[in-house]
Write a protein that binds this ligand. Structure first.
Ligand code: F3S
Length: 398
C-alpha cells in the first residue's frame, strides 16, 4: 500500500483539528492519493465543482450537500460552480417545472453556504477563474478540465464532484496523473487533412478523436487556426465521447512545443472521417428547438448570433446558453435585446444537457456542439440535429 507523506498542517486536518467536514474530506483525498500512487498533496489555486443540477444529484445528493452546509465550514480556496438545471432568474418564464425549481434552489443555497461562488457556468475561465500556466487546480467539469490543461497549460486531473469538493475544503489535491509533467506526453498523433470552418467542425473532430483515444492524450498536426471558442468546442467533444483531459495542437497550445512525438504513429483525419462523425451525431430532422452555447457561450459567440438574427423573425424557439456574467455583458451591449426581438432567448446559468428539457415538451434539438450531440439522446431522450449555426438557422427565419 502506498503511504503518502503529509505536512504537519495536513496531519492536523486528518486528525480533525479543523473540524469534521475537513477531516472527512481530507480522508477522501488521502484514500484517492493512496489508490493512484501519489507521494504527496499539492496546493491548488482554485476548484471547479460539477454535479450541480438537481437532475443528476436527486434527493440523496441534495441531502449530502445540505448536511455539509449545515456544519458551517467554508471552502479554503476560490471555488466556482458548474451549471445547475435551470436559469436561476427566468426559470418560470422559460417553462422549467416548479417542483424541479424548488429542489434546485435548495442545492444552490447549500453551495452558497459553503462559500462557493455561484458562477453557475462550465466556462469558469471566461468569468474570472483563470489559472495560469503550470498552476495546480482541481476541476471537475470535463470540458473545463480539458480547456485548463490544454489551452491554459494549468494542471488538473478530471476530478469527480466529491473529490473536487474535498479539494475546495482542504486546499490541496493528491499529486498524481496530469499534475506531473511526464504524464502530459501525448499517446496518439493525428494529422488533420481537412479544413475546419465552424465550431461544429471542431466538435465533430473532437467526437471522432475522443472515440479513438478514450482517456489518453492526442497531439494534433495540421490545424492552422483555432480561436478560443473552437478550442473549447474541440475539448468538450473529446471529453464527452472519450474521457480526454488534455490535448496538444502543434503551434497553438502552450505545451505542444515541448512534447515528444517522434515515436508516435500518424493517424490521418480527412473528409471521410468528418462525414462519418456528422452522420453518427445526427439522429433527427427539423428540430423543435435550437440550443447553442455548449460549452457556455462567450460574449463573442452571443455577438455573432445577434448579428445573424438581427431584424429577423425566428419561426421556432432558439436558446443560447451562457453564464450570468456573460449575459449581463451581452445585455449591456444590446445583444440580448436583438436576439429576443427575433424570438430567441439568452438563457443564463443552465444548459441543454443538465436541464430537464425532456419534461418541457421538446423531442428534438438542434445543436452545434459535439458534446451536446453526444449526450442529448441518452441524458435527455432527444433526437439531435448536429450542424453549424448557419446551417441550423437556415430556413428557420423570415
Ligand atoms: Fe457546459 Fe452543459 Fe455543455 S455543462 S459543456 S453547456 S453539457
Amino acid at each position: 500500500m502506498n503511504i503518502m507523506e503529509l505536512t504537519r498542517e495536513e496531519e492536523a486536518m486528518l486528525a480533525g483539528e479543523q473540524g469534521t467536514v475537513v477531516e472527512r474530506m481530507f480522508r477522501l483525498l488521502v484514500r484517492l492519493g493512496e489508490v493512484y500512487g501519489a507521494k504527496r498533496m499539492v496546493p491548488v489555486g482554485s476548484v471547479q465543482v460539477a454535479g450541480v443540477s438537481y437532475k443528476s444529484l436527486g434527493d440523496p445528493g441534495l441531502e449530502f450537500l445540505e448536511d455539509i452546509a449545515s456544519k458551517g465550514t467554508k471552502v479554503m480556496v476560490p471555488t466556482t460552480l458548474n451549471p445547475p438545471g435551470m436559469d436561476l432568474v427566468d426559470w418560470k418564464e422559460l417553462g422549467f417545472p416548479e417542483d424541479f425549481a424548488e429542489k434546485q434552489l435548495k442545492v444552490m443555497d447549500a453551495f452558497k453556504r459553503m462559500g462557493i461562488m455561484m458562477t453557475a457556468t462550465c466556462t469558469p475561465y471566461l468569468v474570472g477563474n483563470l489559472p495560469h500556466f503550470g498552476e495546480h487546480i482541481a476541476w471537475s467539469e470535463s470540458s473545463a478540465v480539458s480547456f485548463a490543461n490544454s489551452v491554459l497549460g494549468a494542471r488538473t486531473n478530471r476530478e469527480g464532484g466529491p473529490s473536487a469538493l474535498a479539494a475546495a475544503f482542504c486546499g490541496v489535491t493528491p499529486s498524481y496523473g496530469l499534475h506531473i509533467h511526464e504524464n502530459r506526453q501525448p499517446h496518439f498523433l493525428f494529422s488533420v487533412k481537412t479544413e475546419l470552418k465552424s465550431n461544429a467542425d471542431f466538435g465533430a473532430l473532437g467526437y471522432h478523436v475522443g472515440k479513438i483515444v478514450k482517456d489518453k492524450i492526442p497531439y494534433f498536426l495540421g490545424i492552422r487556426h483555432a480561436d478560443v471558442d473552437q478550442l473549447k468546442a474541440l475539448g468538450a467533444a473529446m471529453a464527452a465521447s472519450g474521457a480526454v483531459a488534455l490535448y496538444h495542437i502543434e503551434g497553438i497550445t502552450p505545451e505542444s512545443g515541448i512534447m515528444d512525438t517522434s515515436e508516435l504513429e500518424k493517424i490521418e483525419i480527412g473528409d471521410k472521417e468528418m462525414r462519418e462523425a456528422y452522420a453518427k451525431l445526427n439522429t433527427g430532422k427539423d428540430p423543435d428547438i435550437v440550443i447553442l452555447g455548449c460549452p457556455h457561450a462567450s460574449l463573442k459567440e452571443i455577438y455573432s448570433l445577434a448579428c445573424k438574427v438581427e431584424g429577423k423573425n425566428l419561426k421556432k424557439p432558439l436558446w443560447i446558453c451562457t453564464s450570468r456574467v456573460t449575459k449581463e455583458a451581452a445585455t449591456r451591449m444590446g445583444f440580448t435585446e436583438i436576439i429576443e426581438k427575433a424570438g430567441g432567448k439568452v438563457v443564463a446559468d443552465t444548459c441543454t444537457v443538465v436541464s430537464p428539457i425532456e419534461r418541457m415538451g421538446y423531442k428534438s434539438v438542434g445543436v452545434d456542439s459535439g458534446k451536446a450531440a453526444n449526450y442529448l439522446p441518452g441524458f435527455c431522450k432527444q433526437q439531435v440535429v448536429f450542424k453549424s449555426v448557419d446551417e441550423l438557422l437556415e430556413g428557420r427565419m423570415s
